[in-house]
Design a protein around this ligand. Sequence first.
Ligand SMILES: [Zn+2]
Length: 79
Amino acid sequence: MTTYVCPVCRYPGLTEPPRTDAGPSYEICPSCGFEFGVTDDDHGVSDDDWRRRWVAAGAPWRSTTSPPAGWDGVAQLGE
Ligand SMILES: [Zn+2]
């Protein structure tokens, strides 16, 4: 299955492109919780702003599903 990288947190497991010419995916990133088309379009929060908030919160896994084994939000960002 093709997966896509979250532009906010670099999580590589999104199931749809976050945004195409047809519009946003409305997928919620399980890693950072960003909802493409809602967090940005409806709430006016940019990728950068959301990333800063997520990192400030400790880069936690945001989904109710379990993260991949060994998942580390900060390491994922590569910073
Ligand atoms: Zn993300």
